[in-house]
Structure formats: C-alpha cells, structure tokens
Design a protein around this ligand. Structure first.
Ligand code: ZN
Length: 172
C-alpha cells in the first residue's frame, strides 16, 4: 500500500479530500501526499487504527502534534510518516493530542515489583521514537527489575509489556 506509483498524489501543502499518507525526511522535506488506496473514507478512529495495524504499525504511536486546520488533521507516526485525515468526525482528538507517555496513565494498573515489592513505572523511550516508533518498558523504581528481554530493552507494544510485568508465576 505504500507504493507511490499509480496512485493519486497531492502537493505537500494541499489538503486532500481523501485519507492520505506521506513520508517525512526531516522538518523541511516531506513527500507529496499519496492517497491511501483501499481504505474506507470517513472511518471511525477504531477502523483507522485497524488499518494501521494491518500495515504492521502500532496505532498507539499516532500523535496529533503537527497542526490542525480546516476540516482535517495531520497525525504523526513517529518522525517518519504522517497521515492526513480530511474529516475526523467523532474521533477522540483529546486522546491523540495527549503525549504518548501520558496516555491511559490512570487506567493502567501496574502491579508492584514481584522481587522487592517496590513501585514500578511504565517508561516510554524517546530514542526509540527517532526510529519512528515508541518503545515501552516497565521498571521497578527500587531494585531496577524490568521487562527488558535479551533482544531489546524496549518493546513496541505497550499492552504486552504490561501483561508481562503483571503476570505472576503462580497464576495461569
Ligand atoms: Zn523491585
């Protein structure tokens, strides 16, 4: 779906009337907007998130950060990709505006450390973000126990990290 050929495209400053995406090289250089072929127009936020997942991206990493004008919004996906949504009616813009690390802080229940009983915190890394994704880790503030694996310190999937941390050996 990311192929740029054989698809309608628009100048970077345009406000297309359909859902589009573009690549970001840096603050000053963006590709044209490419129409996202095959997506239903005027989707609910959940439907749009499902499409993002189908493209192997994590919808939790979408942030409404760049600008809003007219009837549309620009969503940043990390620093490398943006999406244009011409009419996000009914979308939870407040959620999208909230910095990723701040989201759902109240709802997320993180159990105390299984080793020392200390408080644990959910950490979102910024370094990860520069590769276009947010990374997550839970770490005990007292003894430093954490969810890092042999492969990586941070996981792209926040829900997985919470599940790993909250799981106890004596539970099924
Ligand atoms: Zn601990």
């Amino acid at each position: 779906m990311w192929e740029s050929y054989n698809t309608q495209c628009y100048e970077p400053h345009e406000e297309p009337e359909c859902i589009c995406w573009r690549d970001v090289t840096n603050d000053l250089v963006v590709s044209p907007w490419y129409a996202w072929q095959g997506i239903r127009q005027n989707p609910t936020m959940q439907e749009f998130f499902d499409n993002i997942k189908n493209c192997s991206m994590n919808p939790e990493n979408l942030v409404l950060r760049t600008y809003e004008n007219g009837n549309g919004i620009v969503l940043d996906y990390g620093l490398r990709k943006q999406f244009w949504i011409p009419n996000p009616s009914g979308w939870d813009l407040e959620y999208l505006r909230t910095p990723i690390a701040e989201r759902d802080k109240e709802q997320v229940k993180i159990k105390p450390c299984p080793f020392c009983g200390g408080n644990a915190e959910l950490i979102a890394t910024q370094e990860f973000r520069f590769r276009g994704d947010e990374g997550w880790m839970i770490k005990c503030t007292k003894c430093g126990a954490n969810t890092a694996t042999g492969n990586s310190l941070y996981s792209a999937w926040r829900d997985d990290v919470i599940k790993w941390w909250n799981r106890r050996a004596f539970e099924n």
